[in-house]
Ligand binder design. Structure first.
Ligand code: ME8
Length: 644
C-alpha cells in the first residue's frame, strides 16, 4: 500500500498549548485523514520537545524535578491532542529512550566522520527561540525573531560543519523548487544560503537537561539538533523499518522555524547520507489583533477553554465543539498566510455554515424522507443524472485543494455543494411534487439529497470527523474511500430518524454569554460589547450603515501609478470639492475610458497613502473571480449627490 509520512513540529512544553500551536496539529490531522481517504497508509507524528535550557529553568521555577515536570506537561499536551481528535500514529517525546539512542548515534557518526568538531562559541543566545545568534543578527541588541533580550554565551562546545553543505543545499533547492513551500519561504532560505552559511554550535556545556554527548559527558546536545532528529526516530532510524518509512513526505511547520527545517536539517541528513524529506510546508501564524499569539504578549487563546465555552454555552457536546473549532481554523484564511483570531467570526461560521447551511440540509432531508417515504415506495431511487458531473468535478477539485493544503478553498467548494442541494429543495418544491402525485420526481429528489449528503459527509471528514460520522449515521451510509464516492442511489442504506439537530442555531443571549466568557479570560472580567454580539450574528444595524457616507463623484482625470499595473490615480469631483483617489482597478480599466464617468465613492474614509500618494476616499466596485465592474448611478446626477 502507498505510504505517507507526515510530521508536525514538536512543541516546547514550558508553555501551555495555545490556539496557534494546536492549529498546526489540526491542519496536520486534516492532511492525515485526507491521505487515509485516498487509501494511503499514514504515519503521522507529533509530540513534545522536552530538553533545553528554558524547560530546565521553568521546572526549577515550578519547584519540580525536571523529569517530573516534563512528564506531566507532555501528558497534558497529549491529552489535549486526544480531545481534539488528532489521529497521530506516534506522540514522540524527546525524552523517549529510542530517540535518545538515535540522537547519540547520529552525533557520534558525524563526529567520527569529521562533520562535528570541537570549537569555542562566543556570541549571543536567545532563550525563547533556543537560537545561537551573531552580533550582526541582533536588532537593537535584541533577538531578531521574538524581540526579547538575549544572553551572552562564551563556552567550549561542538560545531557542525554546516558551511560544507552550502553548495549541495543550493543545488538541491534548484533541482527541487517545491521542496519548501510556499515559494516565498523557499526564496527567503535561498537568499540566506547565498549570503553564506557558517558552521553552527550543536552542543552546550552549561545546560544539563539534554541528551549527553556520547563521547564527552561535560556536554549535552543542542536542543534543536536533538529535536530535528525526532523525525528520523519516528521512522525507526537504525531499524529495518527506516528503509520503508523514511523519507518524510511532509514536514508541517510554522514560518518561524524554516531555517532549521530548510537548511540545518537537510544538511544534517546530507552529512549522514540519508535522503531528504520530500516537502516542508511553512504555515503562517494565528494572530490576535494583528500580533502573534504568545504568552509574553498575554494574548493567547486557550483552546481547551474555548471548547468548554462553546460546549457549555451553546449546548453542544464536546466532540461537536471540537469540530466547530477545527472547521473555523481550517476554513478561515488561506493556509500559509497569517490569520487573525476572532470569536465573532468563529460564531458567525458556526451559525451560517454549520447550523444554517449544513445542519438545516440534513434536517430537512430527514424530515422529508420520513414524510414522503410511503409515497415513493416502488419507485427507482437514483440521484439526478444532471448533477453527476457537478459532484464529480467538485470532488476532483476539492481533492486538488486538499492535496495543496488549501483547506479553505476545498471546504468552500464543499459548501457550494451544500448550497446547491439547499437550493434544489427550494426549486423542486418536494411538497408540491408530493401534492401533485409525482412519485418518480419525488423519489429522484430525495435520492439526490441523500447521495449529495453522502458526498458532503465524506468531503468534510478530514476537517470534522465527528460531524462526518454523525451525518453518515443519520443517513445510514458508510464512510467511503475517495475513489469509492460515486453518484449512485443509497440502495438499502436508508435513514430511520425523522429529524436530527446537528448544530443548533446560536441564539443572541448564547452569543453574548460565549463572547463574554471569551473576553473575560483575556481582560479579567469585562463583558462583550453589544456590537460584538451583533457582528457575530452577521447583521449590522442602521446606525452602522449611516456611518458610511457614500457620494456620487465625476472622474476628471485618470492615470496609472508608475511601477504598478494595479493602481490608477483618479482626480474626482464631489460637489464643490476635488479629491485624489488611488484605486486598485488598473487590471480592469484603461485610464482613458474612465474620464468623464460617474462613480460612487466612500467620502468619509480616513485618508491613507498608497505608493506615496494620499488617497482621499474609496470607490465602489463589484467583483467575482477575475471580473470587476465599477458601480455607477443609472442616470447622470449632480456630483456630490448622497447615496442612501
Ligand atoms: O519551535 N500560529 O516549538 P514551539 C501558528 N520546539 N503556529 C504557531 C503559533 C501561532 N501563533 N505559535 C507557534 C518549536 N506556532 C520547536 C520545534 S521541531 C523539530 C522543534 C507553531 O512550541 C510554530 O511555528 O515554539 C511551530 O511550528 C510549532 O507551533 C511549535 O512551536
Amino acid at each position: 500500500m502507498d505510504r505517507f509520512f507526515l510530521t508536525t513540529a514538536i512543541y516546547y512544553i514550558n508553555d501551555k498549548p495555545h490556539l496557534g500551536s494546536v492549529s498546526e496539529t489540526i491542519a496536520a490531522d486534516f492532511i492525515a485523514r485526507y491521505q487515509r481517504k485516498l487509501g494511503r497508509e499514514v504515519l503521522f507524528s507529533t509530540g513534545t520537545d522536552e530538553h533545553s535550557q528554558k524547560v530546565e529553568r521553568t521546572a526549577l521555577a515550578a519547584g519540580q524535578p525536571v523529569e517530573q515536570y516534563t512528564a506531566a506537561a507532555a501528558a497534558s499536551w497529549k491529552a489535549l491532542f486526544d480531545r481534539l481528535a488528532i489521529s497521530y500514529s506516534r506522540f514522540i517525546r524527546t525524552t523517549d529512550a529510542d530517540h535518545i539512542k538515535v540522537v547519540q548515534e547520529m552525533f557520534q557518526k558525524l563526529y567520527d566522520q569529521g562533520d562535528i568538531y570541537k570549537g569555542s562559541y562566543d556570541g549571543w543566545y536567545c532563550l525563547k527561540d533556543e537560537a545561537f545568534l551573531l552580533e550582526s543578527d541582533l536588532v537593537e541588541g535584541k533577538c531578531p525573531h521574538c524581540g526579547l533580550e538575549v544572553q551572552h554565551v562564551s563556552e567550549v562546545n561542538y560545531f557542525f560543519r554546516l558551511s560544507k553543505y552550502q553548495d549541495a543545499l543550493l543545488a538541491w533547492y534548484e533541482q527541487h523548487p517545491d521542496f519548501v513551500q510556499p515559494p516565498m519561504r523557499s526564496n527567503e532560505l535561498v537568499n540566506v544560503m547565498r549570503g553564506g552559511l557558517r558552521d553552527i554550535s550543536v552542543s552546550r556545556s552549561t545546560v544539563k537537561w539534554g541528551v549527553p554527548v556520547p563521547f564527552d559527558t561535560d556536554q549535552t546536545v543542542y536542543v534543536w539538533f536533538d529535536a530535528l532528529i525526532n523525525y528520523a526516530t519516528v521512522a525507526g532510524y537504525g531499524t529495518d523499518r527506516f528503509a520503508t518509512d523514511w523519507p518524510a513526505d511532509l514536514h508541517l511547520i510554522g514560518k518561524d522555524i524554516t531555517r532549521f527545517h530548510g537548511i540545518i536539517w537537510p544538511a544534517m541528513l546530507m552529512a549522514l547520507n540519508i535522503p531528504l524529506p520530500r516537502h516542508v510546508f511553512a504555515h503562517g501564524f494565528w494572530n490576535f489583533e494583528g500580533e502573534k499569539m504568545s504568552k509574553s504578549l498575554g494574548n493567547v487563546v486557550d483552546p481547551a477553554a474555548l471548547i468548554e465555552n462553546l460546549s457549555r454555552l451553546i449546548g453542544i457536546d464536546e466532540p461537536m465543539a471540537v469540530d466547530a473549532l477545527r472547521y473555523y481554523l481550517c476554513r478561515e484564511g488561506t493556509y500559509g498566510l497569517d490569520v487573525d483570531f476572532s470569536s465573532q467570526r468563529l460564531l458567525l461560521r458556526f451559525n451560517t455554515d454549520l447550523a444554517n447551511d449544513l445542519g438545516n440540509l440534513l434536517n430537512r432531508t430527514l424530515n422529508m424522507y420520513a414524510k414522503f417515504r410511503p409515497q415513493i415506495e416502488g419507485q427507482p431511487f437514483e440521484p439526478k443524472a444532471s448533477l453527476a458531473e457537478l459532484f464529480a468535478t467538485t470532488l476532483a477539485s476539492v481533492s486538488t485543494d486538499y492535496s495543496n493544503l488549501q483547506f479553505s478553498a476545498g471546504l468552500e467548494k464543499t459548501w457550494m455543494l451544500v448550497n446547491v442541494l439547499n437550493k434544489m429543495i427550494e426549486d423542486d418544491k418536494p411538497w408540491a411534487l408530493a401534492k401533485s402525485g409525482d412519485a418518480a420526481g419525488l423519489a429522484t429528489h430525495l435520492a439526490t439529497l441523500l447521495t449529495g449528503l453522502w458526498y458532503v459527509a465524506n468531503l468534510v471528514e478530514p476537517c470534522m470527523p465527528t460531524v462526518s460520522d454523525r451525518l453518515l449515521g443519520a443517513i445510514r451510509r458508510p464512510q467511503a474511500a475517495w475513489s469509492d464516492l460515486a453518484w449512485r442511489g443509497p440502495g438499502s442504506d436508508l435513514p430511520e430518524e425523522s429529524s436530527t439537530v446537528l448544530f443548533p442555531r446560536i441564539q443572541p443571549d448564547q452569543l453574548e454569554d460565549f463572547l463574554a466568557a471569551q473576553t473575560a479570560r483575556k481582560t479579567g472580567g469585562t463583558t462583550a460589547a453589544p456590537s460584538a454580539v451583533a457582528e457575530a450574528s452577521g447583521l449590522i444595524t442602521i446606525d452602522d450603515v449611516s456611518k458610511v457616507q457614500l457620494r456620487v463623484a465625476t472622474i476628471l482625470e485618470a492615470e496609472r501609478v508608475p511601477e504598478t499595473d494595479k493602481l490608477i490615480k483618479l482626480r474626482v469631483k464631489v460637489g464643490s470639492e476635488e479629491r485624489t483617489i488611488v484605486a486598485g482597478i488598473g487590471k480592469h480599466y484603461d485610464p482613458g475610458v474612465l474620464v468623464g464617468k460617474q462613480i460612487v465613492i466612500v467620502a468619509n474614509l480616513q485618508p491613507r497613502k498608497l505608493k506615496g500618494i494620499t488617497s482621499q476616499g474609496m470607490l465602489l466596485a463589484a467583483s467575482v473571480g477575475d471580473e470587476m465592474a465599477l458601480l455607477a448611478p443609472m442616470a447622470v446626477l449632480p456630483d456630490g449627490a448622497e447615496v442612501h
